[in-house]
Design a binder for this molecule. Structure first.
Ligand code: FAD
Length: 541
């Protein structure tokens, strides 16, 4: 590798490092895995990225595959930003806003820009990106696009992909392309190009044509789904065509994003927040079902369960701030309507009625300071994540799996059963309105027994999610072995073909998404998990 690093050092304007400390630092992200890169590149500009890609392509043509992996802030929880090849780290230099049109709300950024900083700038212009992940303060926009990230307001506003207007992407061979929605005429021009880009357009066009039924079968009855590649939104009924959906959520396995053009929403400050306690998950599920059926979707429907509240109360009652008292309800829902709602008064009236019908008690609040007190209950999950019990740590094992919203309470019950079988304490939180449950089992990764429990629990969890019509909704390294199970072998082979079209030599983030088995993943398990990359910030979940 030292020859490769020397070559890159000579030819790139950004820095290339091979020192032990840099490699150790980038050997982890926020997953349970560990994989030190051979070298770390801090690209100064797109040229550097192109040179690195062209170089690895040429090496691969001669039979040597050196992985090239883009990295934002490394907060991924499934090992997607890890590599044993070249880690291309964006936040150091490529972190600028290139253009902001405050009238239309379109903003063009470099991928390494911090999501929270972009959000702050947008808000000073009366705009915002409502899809921010909980990790926004310490993660990058490039990572959010590559992961198709989502947050609590995705219930109403969708995922990151819904806001991407266009991308600039460096392909595996170093060519650079711009993607956006094309008319039929523009597509025909692309199909005629005698370049790698033209080859990609032609092959994807044929793939879509020849696999219509299999591709239609990739649709899930979930509110979002980032497992595999999004082949569903490339060609629309009007004949328009866009490659961006393929890159969104592709985790650096199809190309390296060097510029992102985003649409934004106008920012209307203020909201109404309901807090309601329920005596069972089913009662909460009934309320969620009726809330979702209203003409206006709430901005967020979030939950914490009594087990989480009890654990927090026992360890440190101050975290709960006296807002709820034991005995805790089985489920506490936080339902928010933002002021962008055109029929706000009517929506609030309906929501109040629905929550009163199914809950033990309901209160509403419009004052920000008091709402923050309510949200503290939901953010008590942060306490659980940062907890340790001796060498045991709360592990990010289950990822961002999602089921159809009507199956949320069944997912929660199934999760309780999995924890009971493993004899582990459970505490759950998450995006109830989207059919999502977050949990983090306390296990000691230095113990073989605990490692086995972790993989058994993961296996049971994925089975449950699939049985409920859901999706793992993100792959990385840890969940990639399940992708074939999620879609079935034939559809999985179509996804494989996509990878081959964009990355024929397998240089772009290999070991992520496609062609991964548990035997590839298990040797990468860390012996201790920690949140070391996050303590500069509040590790919100
Ligand atoms: C406590 C906690 C809470 C979280 N909450 C959420 C949440 O609410 N919602 C959510 O979606 N996620 C969440 N995450 C996961 C993660 O933080 C997000 O997905 C985040 O958007 C990733 O951004 P990043 O900059 O850290 O990306 P990284 O971790 O650096 O990379 C993620 C993936 O993107 C690829 N990538 C990065 N930059 C580029 C690029 N320029 N071109 C191509 N590929 C690229 C990487 O190769 C990797 O595959 C959470 C994580 C933690 C630790």
């Amino acid at each position: 590798m030292s020859k490769i690093a020397s070559y890159l050092q000579e030819h790139l304007s950004g820095e290339v490092m091979t020192g032990v400390d840099a490699r150790r630092y980038f050997a982890t992200d926020n997953s349970m895995l560990n994989l030190p890169p051979a070298a770390v590149i801090y690209p100064r500009n797109e040229h550097d990225v192109r040179k690195a890609a062209r170089f690895t392509w040429q090496l691969a043509e001669r039979g040597r595959v050196v992985p090239l992996t883009a990295r934002g802030s490394g907060t991924d929880q499934s090992g997607a930003s890890l590599t044993d090849g070249l880690a291309i780290v964006f936040p150091a230099h490529q972190n600028r806003i290139l253009e902001l049109d405050s009238k239309s709300g379109t903003v063009t950024v470099e991928p390494g820009i911090n999501f929270g900083k972009l959000q702050q700038t947008l808000q000073t212009h009366g705009r915002w990106l409502p899809v921010a992940p909980a990790s926004a303060e310490y993660s990058s926009v490039g990572g959010a696009v590559a992961n198709n990230s989502a947050g609590m307001y995705s219930l109403k506003y969708g995922d990151m992909g819904a806001y991407v207007r266009g991308l600039r992407v460096v392909l595996a061979n170093g060519e650079v392309i711009n993607t956006e929605r094309l008319t039929k005429r523009e597509l025909n021009k692309k199909l005629g190009l005698a370049t790698f880009e033209g080859e990609i357009y032609r092959q994807i066009d044929t793939l879509l044509e020849e696999n219509k039924e299999l591709i239609a079968g990739l649709e899930r009855a979930t509110t979002r789904n980032s497992a595999g590649y999004n082949l569903l939104d490339i060609r629309r009924k009007d004949g328009s065509f866009d490659l961006s959906p393929l890159f969104i959520g592709s985790q650096g396995t199809l190309g390296i994003i060097t510029e992102v053009v985003l649409n934004t929403e106008s920012h209307e400050p203020g909201s109404t927040l309901f807090m309601a306690g329920f005596d069972s998950p089913q009662a909460a599920q009934n309320a969620i079902h009726e809330l979702r059926a209203q003409s206006t979707m709430p901005a967020a429907i979030e939950f914490v369960d009594k087990h989480l509240l009890t654990q927090v109360q026992t360890a440190n009652p101050n975290v709960l701030g006296g807002i709820v008292q034991p005995p805790f309800p089985a489920i506490l829902l936080l339902v928010e309507y933002d002021n962008a709602d055109t029929h706000l008064k009517r929506s609030l009236k309906h929501a109040q009625k629905i929550l009163e019908k199914y809950s033990l008690h309901v209160v509403s609040e419009t004052e920000t300071a008091k709402q923050d007190q309510f949200w503290k209950l939901r953010h008590a999950s942060t306490w659980l994540l940062t907890q340790n019990d001796g060498p045991r740590r709360a592990l990010p094992l289950f990822g961002s799996a999602i089921v159809p919203p009507e199956n949320w309470s069944k997912l929660l019950q199934g999760v309780y059963d999995i924890f009971a079988r493993a004899k582990l304490p459970v505490g759950a939180w998450g995006h109830a309105g989207d059919g999502q449950v977050s949990v983090a089992p306390l296990l000691d990764l230095s113990q073989v027994g605990d490692r086995q429990i972790a993989f058994r629990m993961l296996d049971e969890y994925v089975k449950l999610v699939i049985a409920l019509g859901g999706s793992t909704s993100g792959d990385g390294r840890l969940h990639a072995p399940y992708l074939e199970r999620v879609y079935g072998t034939e559809a999985y082979n179509v996804l494989r073909k996509v990878k081959q079209i964009f990355d024929p030599y397998g240089t772009l983030n290999p070991g992520v998404k496609i062609g991964v088995s548990m035997d590839d993943v298990k040797p990468l398990l860390r012996s201790t998990f920690n949140l070391e990359h996050l303590y500069d910030h509040l590790p919100r979940s």
